[in-house]
Design a protein around this ligand. Structure first.
Ligand SMILES: C[S@@+](CC[C@H](N)C(=O)[O-])C[C@H]1O[C@@H](n2cnc3c(N)ncnc32)[C@H](O)[C@@H]1O
Length: 207
């Protein structure tokens, strides 16, 4: 098991984006997030100093958090060339996979694979300590849907939702340049913030 300073077991590689032919569906949903999404979040609130990026991909969010002084524990189901602390299927994670050695209180932050977003939220809330926060970069349409209402919003509403006023870029296979030249940002996103133990109303803010 690794502690917060981990990384020693990481296997560096240059695989990932370039292995996928143009147009081919990335089976594990790799869309890198524009790191300015972190800057906008931090202008609104300060997460706890220890953060688990549990679907770190190419490290776009993890890196920016580190630049802001956070201690980041990075995991992903695949090695995409970013030095992971551990290669891990987050959806099968148990108490034993929780990063140790740095702090009893930590947050979980990621842009999850969208098709498993609900499962990622539920898993994060299961693993977080009381008071720990779950920061998820998600489409605003995540608010819709009967299953999400039943399994998440009615039981554990987010404490805050930060709606991006700008369209944020989520680039397939990390190719931001191609995205800027073609579609640009066509999807509305927000930072959803859950806090383990919180059962009150959700506050919506704009960032
Ligand atoms: C939308 S990408 C986001 C990457 C990174 N968080 C970012 O924002 O730039 C989702 C990432 O989730 C990873 N992933 C997919 N299923 C996973 C799972 N079950 N456990 C952990 N990571 C997973 C993919 O490999 C991919 O890197």
């Amino acid at each position: 098991m690794k502690d917060w300073t981990g990384g020693s077991g990481s296997v560096w590689s240059t695989n990932g984006a370039s292995n996928h032919a143009a147009g081919e569906r990335e089976p594990n949903d790799y869309y890198a997030t524009d790191p300015t999404a972190i800057d906008k979040l931090l202008a609104a609130e300060r997460p706890h100093p220890f953060i688990w990026e549990c679907a770190a991909g190419g490290g776009h969010l993890a890196n920016r958090l580190k630049e802001h002084g956070f201690k980041v524990y990075a995991s992903d189901i695949l090695d995409r060339g970013y030095p992971l602390d551990v290669k891990l299927d987050f959806l099968t994670a148990t108490w034993f996979d929780i990063p140790r050695g740095g702090a009893a209180l930590f947050d979980i932050l990621t842009n999850p694979p969208y098709k498993y977003a609900k499962e990622f939220v539920l898993k994060a809330l299961e693993l977080l300590p009381e008071g720990g926060r779950c920061y998820m970069f998600l489409k605003l349409t995540f608010l819709e849907g009967k299953a999400r209402r039943r399994e998440i919003f009615d039981r554990t509403p987010p404490r805050r939702l930060y709606v991006f006023s700008d369209r944020m870029l989520c680039a397939k296979n990390g190719d931001f340049e191609k995205m800027r030249e073609t579609t640009g940002g066509a999807v509305a996103y927000g930072w959803y913030v859950w806090e383990r133990g919180y059962r009150g109303e959700t506050v919506i803010k704009w960032i």
